[in-house]
Ligand binder design. Structure first.
Ligand code: FE2
Length: 143
């Protein structure tokens, strides 16, 4: 098991999750919609689940011997997610970003399993299951 390689995979997902969490909060604050309360509350619940993912990703890295690199600056430098446009349709934007993030987590499941780390692979599998559910919750609000 190549622990530094696994930690690098975790770091990439940590950076994206931290960036994504901030975008979900941005949506929670700035949303204007006939479905405001439902989406405002759903966005906050999703941010909370991403918070738990962030904690698990950082702590798994430390367990593998690599210090967590979880500051906002580190996340901003390493995230591969795009910045939201000036006036996004927040529901569509978050669905797209969560979908990208889920696909990257899915790839990391295979990568970490291939490196022989079933513990990390299982952790990521739990995350992608939650992300898939949140994508469904969001998508169900589209007409
Ligand atoms: Fe709030």
């Amino acid at each position: 098991m190549n622990k530094p390689q696994i930690a690098a995979i975790l770091y990439a997902r940590l950076a994206d999750a931290t960036d994504l969490r901030s975008q979900v909060k941005q949506a929670h604050w700035n949303l204007r919609s006939p479905q405001f309360i439902a989406l405002h509350e759903l966005f906050d619940a999703i941010a909370g689940r991403l918070d738990a993912h962030i904690d698990d990703l950082a702590e798994r890295s430390v367990q593998l011997g690599t210090p967590a690199q979880g500051t906002v600056r580190q996340a901003a430098a390493a995230s591969r997610l795009p910045e939201p446009p000036a006036a996004p349709v927040w529901l569509d934007w978050l669905i797209a970003q969560l979908t990208t993030h889920a696909e990257n987590v899915r790839a990391a499941i295979d990568q970490t399993a291939g490196l022989g780390d079933m513990g990390t692979s299982d952790l990521l599998t739990g995350m992608v299951r939650e992300l898939d559910k949140d994508i469904w919750f969001l998508d169900a609000h589209r007409a």
